[in-house]
Every structure is written in structure tokens, then in C-alpha cells.
Design a protein. Sequence first.
Length: 446
Amino acid sequence: MIDALGQVWKAHPARRGCYLAVLGLMGWSATAAAGPLPDAKADLSAFMRAAAVFACRMDPADSAGVRAAVPGGRLLEFDILNIRGQPGRSIHRLLMPAGGELVMRRLFPLGRLRRVSVEYHERGTAGEARPLMAATADHTCKVFEGRRLAYDGDGQAGRLSVLASDLETVISTEPLNPPVPAGTDPGGPLVALVDSGVNYTLDGIKARLARDAEGNLVGFDFWDRDRRPYDVDASRSAFFPLHHGSAVASILLGEAPTARLAVYRYPRPDMSRMAALVADADKAGAVIVNLAMGSNRAEDWSAFADAARARPHMLFVVSAGNNGRDIDRGPVYPASLPLDNLLVVTSADAFGRLARGSNWGAEAVDLMVPGEQLAVTDHRGAEGRASGSSFAVPRVAALAARLLAANPVWKAPELKAAILKRARRPQGDIANRLRHGWIPDPADDF
């Protein structure tokens, strides 16, 4: 039945009211708000608890009831999205009378409510809506966790607190934009790390940061455009940010013990800034660039391509990606760019087999190296394991850094040739999926 209703939803927008009514008969309870929600300005925790229960019990078809939860509010967005071809997620976005926004999301695969999340976005100093607090409830409408953001004087998210079910007790707090610790340049070959940033407060990283003559960090945050390239990627969710660069850096520094890092946080809001990023890394003296990231959109990488092409002396070690596909046929960028100073790396298991989910390409992918279940230190300083092409890349960048330490005048052509010289032809059909082969142990300098 859900299949049939899903077809109605997609093919007949005018019938969506009927569709939602049927969902109500299938177990979506009527809107059960005992009057309007509390005032968010007066008591945000109480407002969020009530909003979570309301979102759990509401009837999505009752738009008047949804609006009544916030007197004077306006419904900005409502949609139902599919999960595997069937309706499974909904979103409501309400504009508050004072200018804030309430976002309510429901997850209901196969028509069964699994989870509800609500977010409150306040108006920032520039008038923009910025996320402030979130709460999550289970299918019984019981709130089990909350998260709250605190902003610094510059309007940047400075701290993320995880809250208990009362949405008041703080369980843990994580910095999002801390100051860079003081330090001095450690010397050694310079590697530019382009990623989500790093946690430069960790002992294992801060001692290896490249510094200028005044002790300032070499590198830049091209996302926030400041000198704090901290390891945070909030593109998917400000309340559940991703962290990537610190783990990548831990592999690179572990296998290149004399290298120093110039850290760059990539400019997701405007990828044209990649041109300035490459120029800055070049000016700093970086010959090696670790770039363990990518996307399917060629236009995201046009500025990077032009900047890299203009600097043939720089070697860009990039990830082939983890889409489980031939990127000669379905390109991933920047890996699929036709640049001579690009070295594209994918992940193998310890036996020289292409790792599950890793990309390949007889033309686009140069090498594979073991990149599965590698020991890493994450952004919290916790030890763990990581797998994928992203973690194969720093192993090759570390090899390049060791070669550069032994041969300080080498540039991209010499480094790339020396690395490819180590490649072996793997066994089986994978030999036809790589341009050069695999390196069984890139940390082994014989």
C-alpha cells in the first residue's frame, strides 16, 4: 500500500492532502499539542522539549494545527522524501514570530516512526538564521539527547555542548574554533594538508605545525577565512559535524617523522577559493600537497585545476574516492583531472586486492596502497582504526615527504617518478584497473 501511495505522492501533487490523510489512518496520530509551544526566548530548553513531543505526535496533514503550535508563525517548508522508493522522511520548517526558525524532522521508514529531531535557529547579528539548539526523540516521543551551539564575538560557532535528556545538563563540550597554541617551526620537509582542518591543540600535531618567523601558523582556513583551520566539517549538520583531517594527519606524520604541516581547511562555501589556497601553499614552499577529498562535480574543481596546472613543480596526492566505481567511466574530481602533477591513490587490502568500495580506473588511478584498518588518532586524541582511499593518500604523501627529505631539490616530476618506480603489477584482473600498480608497504624504505 505504501508503494501505491508513494506513486500518488510523486505523480499527483494535488492529491497529497489525501495521501497524508491516509498516512494518518496508518498510524500517524493527530496533532497532540496542548496549546501553543512555550516561548523559546524565555526558556529554550522547555521550548525544545515541547517541540520534540509535538513533532513526534503531530499530524502532518493538519497544516493549521502545525501553524497553531507557533501563534503568528508561518510554515516555510514541508516535504516528504523517499527512502528506497517509499516515503520515509518528512520536514517542516516554521518561521517564528520573533524571526527564529523551528525545523522538525521525522524518520518513518515503511510508515513506522523511528526518530524525531527538532532544531531551533536564531537570528544572528547580520540577520541570518544560525543553528542554536537541537533535540532528538525516539519513537515513543522520549527526548534522549540535545545539542547546543555557542558563538564567539565574531559570530563563529565556538563551542558545541552535548546535553542530557533534560536538555540542560551538559554531558560534554567540544571546541569548534579554538586559538592556535604558540609554538616554533620544527623544520623538515613541508607538506600542505588540504582537508577539514586538524585539531592543532593535540600534542602529536601541534609540535609538527609549520610556523613563520613570528611563530604564526603556516596555512589558512579558507572556509571561515581566518587563521584557525580547526577540524570541523559542518556542511551536513552544525550539530553533528564531521571530522576527517586529524585522522589523515596522524597517518602522514606517523610515516613521515620529519615532515611539518601547513594546514588548509578547504573552502566548501566557495570552491573558487581553491585557487588562492594553492597559491598560498606554493608561496609557503610546499612541494607536496595531501588532498584526500573530492566530489562528482567538475565545476567544483575548475579553479583548483587551473592553479595546479600552473604549478607543475607541486605534487598533488589525491584520493580516488570510495564510490565503488570505475572513475574513467564515472569521473570523480579532482582525481579525474588530466594533470601531470596529480598522483591518484586508491585503497588496497594487505594482500594487494582492491578494497571493498574503493574506486579504480585504468587511466585515472595511478596506485593503490594498503589503506584498510589503519591505526589513526582522531580529532579527540582517541586511538582508532580507519579505512578507505582517504587514508591511503597520506601514506603516499608521507613517502613523498621522506623522498624530499633525502633529495631537497626534487620537485613534482622527480618525486612522482620515484614513487611510481616502486609500484608492482598486482595479481588478477585488478592489474587492468590501475595505471601503474600497487605498493605493498609505502612505509618501507628498504
